[in-house]
Design a protein around this ligand. Structure first.
Ligand code: BES
Ligand code: MN
Ligand code: ZN
Length: 501
C-alpha cells in the first residue's frame, strides 16, 4: 500500500477530491463525523443512517455509490462506536473494516477520512500510526511458498490519509515512522513463518547482513571457532546435536552521539526446538519453528529504526542455533561451563533458550550498555501465566529497574503490544540449586517462567537489564497460525522514546 497524507480546507474541500472511495466515520448515536458531514450536502448519508442501514456500531460498514455533490466514486461509511468514548479496540476494528472493504473495491485509490482525534486518551499521531500498522497487517500474506497463490491482491493500492491542515507536516513524519515500523513487523513475521529447513541460523545471519548492507549498519557474524575461543560453553552445548552451524550475530545501529552508551537487544534464535534429548511430544511440534521469534523481533526492530534513522545507539545480539537430538547431542546430566565461568547442570535439554542467552548476556558486558533487553520465546509457563495478550516482563526490583520496567510497559501500551510485569525474587533462585554445579538449568514446574528469568538474572548483574518472555505473544496457533510481529511495536516505541531523551 502506498500511503500519503492529504489535507483539505474550505477552498480545497474534501467533496471536490476525485478518488475511487472516501471512508468516513459514523458514531453509534447516528451522528456523522465532520468529514461525513461535509460530504452530506444532499442529506443522502443522514438518510441512510435514518433508514437504519448503518448503526454506527464499531466496525460496521455501508458502501454508497454515485453520491451527488462529491467527486468520489464511492463513499464508505464506517461505524466508530460511542461518540464520547471511542476505545482503542473500536478504532482498530473500524480500520480493519475499512481495509477489508478497500481490498475488494474495483478502484485503485482511496481516501481514509475517519476522524483521528476521537479515540479516548489517544492523540492523532496514535490514531495515524494505528491506521497504518492495522492496514499493513490486513495486507500481510503467507502464500510465498504455495504453488497456487491466494486470490490476487485486488483493491485499493494508494491510500491518502486525511489530517487537518495544521498538523500536516507532523503527520508526514508520523506516517514515515509508522511505515518503517510496519516494515519491521513484516520482516519479523516473514522470518517467523519461514519453515525451519529454510530459516536456519545461516539464513538469519545472511538476513542480518542484508539489512546491514541496505541500511549501512555495522555487522559481525561469529562462527563456531570464535564462539569456542570466547568459551561460550553453554551456547555451544545446545548446538551439539545439530548439523547446522551455529551463528552469533552482532548488529550495530550507531545513530546517537559517539560516546553515548548503547541500548542492547538480545534475541533468542533457536531456529527449531525439538527439545533435544529431552524430546518434546510430537503434536504441534512444527510450531517450534517460531522459537527464533526473539531474534526475528530484533532484526525487525533494526529494520524499523534504521529506516527511521533513529538518533540512538542500539546494538542487537542474536545467538542462533538448532536444538536437535543425536548421538552428539547434550545429555540431561551434562555439566557445561558458561562464558561467565559459572557451571551449569543441564537437567533438561529442552530448557535451551536460557543456555544460549546466558552466554550472549555475558558477551554484551563489553558494550558497557545503558540497558540490555532480551527477548525470547522462553517458557510454556509464561503462556500459562499470561495467555496470549501480554508478554511477560521481568526485571530486578530496584529503582533503576523499576524505571526501565515502567518505560517498557508504557511503550507496550502506546503501541498496542502490551507486557505485564512478573516478579523476580531471590527466594525463587533456590529452585535452581544443583548438587553438582553452580546452577541447574531448570527449577521445576512451579513458577516456570520466573525461574527461567532468575536463571538469566545471574548473568546480568553488571548492567541494567530486562527480559521479555514472548512465548505467548510471538505467534498464533490454530486456523490463524502465523507470526504476529510482536514485540517489534513495543521495542520500536521504547527506542523512539529513548531517542527523544
Ligand atoms: N521454546 C520453548 C518454550 C515454549 C514452549 C514456547 C511452548 C512456546 C510454546 C522452550 O525452549 C522450552 O522448551 N521451555 C520448556 C522449559 C522447561 C523444560 C523447564 C518449557 O516451557 O516447557
Ligand atoms: Mn526448549
Ligand atoms: Zn526453546
Amino acid at each position: 500500500m502506498d500511503f500519503s497524507i492529504k489535507t483539505f480546507d474550505a477552498k480545497n474541500a474534501i467533496g471536490l477530491y476525485k478518488s475511487g472511495c472516501i471512508a468516513v466515520g459514523i458514531f453509534d448515536n447516528g451522528k456523522l463525523s465532520s468529514a461525513a458531514k461535509s460530504l452530506d450536502t444532499k442529506g443522502t448519508i443522514t438518510a441512510a443512517v435514518k433508514r437504519g442501514d448503518i448503526t454506527g456500531k464499531a466496525g460496521s460498514t455501508l458502501l454508497l455509490h454515485g453520491l451527488s455533490g462529491t467527486a468520489a466514486e464511492r463513499i464508505l461509511l464506517v461505524g466508530l462506536g460511542a461518540e464520547d468514548a471511542v476505545t482503542d479496540r473500536n478504532f482498530i476494528s473500524s480500520v480493519q473494516s475499512s481495509a477489508r472493504v478497500f481490498s475488494t473495491l474495483g478502484c485503485n485509490d482511496a481516501l481514509f477520512a475517519l476522524p483521528l482525534d476521537v479515540v479516548r486518551s489517544r492523540d492523532s499521531a496514535w490514531a495515524l500510526r494505528t491506521t497504518v500498522v492495522t492496514i499493513r497487517e490486513s495486507l500481510y500474506r503467507t502464500d510465498e511458498l504455495k504453488s497456487k497463490k491466494d486470490a490476487p491482491k485486488a483493491g485499493v493500492k494508494k491510500l491518502g490519509i486525511v489530517t487537518d491542515t495544521t498538523s500536516a507536516s507532523a503527520a508526514k513524519t508520523t506516517l514515515a515512522v509508522s511505515v518503517a515500523e510496519a516494515n519491521g513487523m513484516d520482516l519479523a513475521k516473514t522470518l517467523g513463518n519461514l519453515p525451519p529447513n529454510i530459516c536456519t541460523p545461516t539464513y538469519l545471519a545472511s538476513t542480518a547482513k542484508k539489512i546491514a548492507k541496505e541500511f549501512k549498519l555495522g555487522i559481525e557474524v561469529l562462527d563456531r571457532k570464535q564462539l569456542e575461543a570466547l568459551k561460550m560453553g553453554s551456547f555451544l552445548s545446545v548446538t551439539n546435536g545439530s548439523d547446522q552451524p551455529p551463528k552469533f550475530i552482532v548488529l550495530k545501529h550507531m545513530g546517537g552521539k559517539a560516546k553515548a552508551a548503547p541500548v542492547v537487544l538480545v534475541g533468542k534464535g533457536i531456529t527449531f526446538d525439538t527439545g533435544g534429548i529431552s524430546l518434546k511430544p510430537g503434536s504441534g511440534m512444527d510450531e517450534m519453528k517460531y522459537d527464533m521469534c526473539g531474534a526475528a523481533s530484533v532484526l525487525g526492530t533494526f529494520r524499523a529504526i534504521a529506516e527511521m534513522k533513529l538518533k540512538l545507539n542500539v546494538i542487537g545480539v542474536i545467538p542462533t542455533c538448532e536444538n536437535m537430538p543425536s548421538g552428539s547431542a547434550t545429555r540431561p546430566g551434562d555439566i557445561v561451563t558458561s562464558m561467565s565461568g559459572q557451571t551449569i547442570e543441564i537437567l533438561n535439554t529442552d530448557a535451551e533458550g536460557r543456555l544460549i542467552l546466558c552466554d550472549a548476556l555475558t558477551y554484551v558486558e563489553r558494550f558497557k550498555p545503558a540497558v540490555v533487553v532480551d527477548i525470547a520465546t522462553l517458557t510454556g509457563a509464561c503462556v500459562t501465566a499470561l495467555g496470549h495478550h501480554n508478554s511477560g516482563l521481568f526485571t530486578r526490583h530496584d529503582e533503576a529497574h523499576d524505571e526501565l520496567a515502567h518505560e517498557l510497559l508504557a511503550a507496550g501500551k502506546e503501541s498496542n503490544d502490551t507486557a505485564w510485569r512478573m516478579p523476580i525474587e531471590e527466594i525463587y533462585q533456590e529452585q535452581l540449586k544443583s548438587n553438582f554445579a553452580d546452577i541447574a538449568n531448570i527449577g521445576g514446574p512451579p513458577g516456570g517462567s520466573i525461574t527461567a528469568a532468575c536463571f538469566l538474572e545471574r548473568f546480568t548483574r553488571k548492567y541494567t537489564w530486562a527480559h521479555l518472555d514472548i512465548a505467548g505473544t510471538a505467534w498464533k496457533s490454530g486456523a490463524a497460525k502465523g507470526a504476529t510481529g510482536r514485540p517489534v511495536p513495543l521495542l520500536t516505541s521504547f527506542l523512539m522514546k529513548r531517542a527523544q531523551g
